[in-house]
Design a protein around this ligand. Structure first.
Ligand code: PHE
Length: 466
């Protein structure tokens, strides 16, 4: 009991749900989900995503949170508690956030830079051809913005689970939600007339987003939509990074896990859906009505959207509001990454939170600076043709995370037993989707994970293109 209180914990279910949703809602929701939906036939992608969220996503999320609460430990020691032989799995799960955190902060720094650009009324500059590449290729400015972003994350994690993470999630997550609603409403009212006199509205863009495009549906496109949705869901729920195990370890035994898990899933999915309602109509109205102009990742956020903002009314204000939204989403995800690493160090080394935060800062600055400079000074260093940031991203997302999730399913099936997981959930409330959980953890989750693993490696090797 004493040890538990030393680790800290969430005060109640709302704090837990908002913190976990804060982790889940991140860059993936904003810069990847809308792109995939536009690429994969609008409504068809949405329906497949929701079905997978309620089955596959639900199974993985439930497993990790239950492991956390059952063992009361962060990933490294949690796996060791379940079975000494399986501790190496804990090593993989706990290394993932240590690798992701530094480069996530590099991107957090880019978002911060754009926020400052709009705040200082320089949004127009962001539309210049080499503004983005010029900035990230620099050796000082991106590192400085990264360090500021890290400092904010550090401050929250340093203050502990309830006074830092829970408190900030309780404030930031509702703000994030309100902002996204405002931007969605604005985006839907947009309209633009091009030089040929054709008017395109945000509402038409909304239609392209939600109405299923059956006309272009083929078996091949269906399969690739399912694979896209699976991979996206996996990343979006923050599973296989040890995060949900760590947050689960801070949950009280009387908290209704069943309900909390549903709420986390709903929150994450709604924000992803709204992100599409915010971005697709705006890009549709101002980029010639061709959904293919919508791209994923950095080019959407740092190149396409600034152009859209520049060509519409209230562009600067929209840029400010949009980038603060992205900043909040990225910050709460970064907090969960840092907390997982700090918690792992605390559980394994029995050091104080202060000391573990210090250790993590050193790792973050060294790896983060290397990742950032991979676009500038260190551009000549290539690992399998990738710069540091892309390589770290590939190793974690495409290799280590699917492997860790796969091994976790096997551990539950072979060692812990599905009953062990069910008992943990049922401590606080009836386990409503128990049958579904059984079927999925036994058969489908492993199959889905193998597909994710193989397809993402094949994608990076250029064998398929996703
Ligand atoms: N779930 C986050 C997202 O959708 C991904 C993430 C969370 C990545 C935490 C790293 C750390 O963007």
């Amino acid at each position: 009991m004493k040890e538990k209180s030393k680790r800290g914990g969430f005060t109640g279910s709302l704090g837990f749900v908002l913190a976990a949703a804060g982790s889940a809602v991140g860059l993936g929701n904003i810069w990847r989900f809308p792109y995939l939906a536009a690429k994969d036939g609008g409504g068809i992608f949405l329906v497949i995503y929701i079905v997978l969220a309620l089955t596959f996503g639900f199974t993985l999320l439930t497993t990790e949170i239950a492991i956390g609460r059952k063992t009361g430990q962060s990933p490294l020691t949690a796996y060791g508690h379940l079975s000494e032989k399986w501790k190496p799995l804990g090593v993989i799960a706990s290394i993932v956030p240590v690798i992701i955190m530094p480069y996530y902060c590099v991107i957090g720094g880019w978002v911060l830079k754009y926020f400052v650009t709009y705040l200082t009324m320089q949004g127009k500059n962001a539309t210049e051809a080499d503004y983005f590449t010029g900035f990230i290729g620099g050796n000082i400015a991106p590192v400085v913005f990264m360090i500021i972003f890290m400092a904010a994350t550090f401050f929250i994690v340093y203050n502990g689970v309830d006074k830092g993470i829970e408190k900030c999630s309780r404030i930031l997550m509702p703000i994030l939600f309100v902002i996204i609603l405002i931007v969605v409403a604005f985006s839907l009212t947009l309209s633009s007339t091009d030089e040929n006199g054709v008017t395109r509205t945000g509402l038409q863009g909304l239609k392209a987003y939600v109405i299923p495009d059956f006309a272009n549906l083929t078996l091949k496109s269906f399969v690739s939509t399912v694979i896209d949705a699976m991979g996206q869901l996996f990343y979006s729920l923050s599973v296989a990074m040890g995060i949900m195990i760590t947050y689960g370890s801070y949950v009280k035994k009387e908290t209704d896990l069943n309900k909390s898990i549903n709420q986390i899933e709903i929150f994450d999915t709604i924000v992803a859906f709204f992100a599409g309602m915010m971005i697709i109509p705006a890009v549709f109205a101002f980029s010639g009505g061709n959904p293919e102009t919508l791209q994923a990742g950095p080019s959407l956020m740092f190149i396409t959207l600034p152009k859209v903002f520049a060509s519409m009314g209230f562009g600067t204000a929209t840029g400010i509001v949009f980038f603060i939204l992205v900043l909040l989403a990225a910050l709460t995800s970064a907090v969960s990454l840092m907390e997982t690493s700090v918690s792992t160090f605390m559980d394994e080394l029995h050091w104080s939170r202060k000391k573990c935060c210090g250790l993590m800062v050193v790792i973050m600055i060294v790896l983060g600076t290397a990742s950032s400079m991979g676009y500038g000074l260190l551009d000549f260093i290539r690992i399998f043709g990738m710069n540091f940031l892309d390589f770290f991203d590939f190793m974690t997302n495409s290799v280590m995370m699917p492997l860790a999730a796969l091994a976790t399913c096997i551990l539950i099936l072979r060692v812990v037993g599905i009953d062990g997981m069910e008992k943990e959930i049922e401590q606080s409330s009836p386990f409503r989707r128990k049958k579904l959980y059984r079927v999925f953890i036994k058969y489908f989750a492993t199959i889905c994970l193998i597909i994710i693993l193989l397809s993402s490696i094949a994608n990076v090797l250029g064998i398929i293109s996703m």
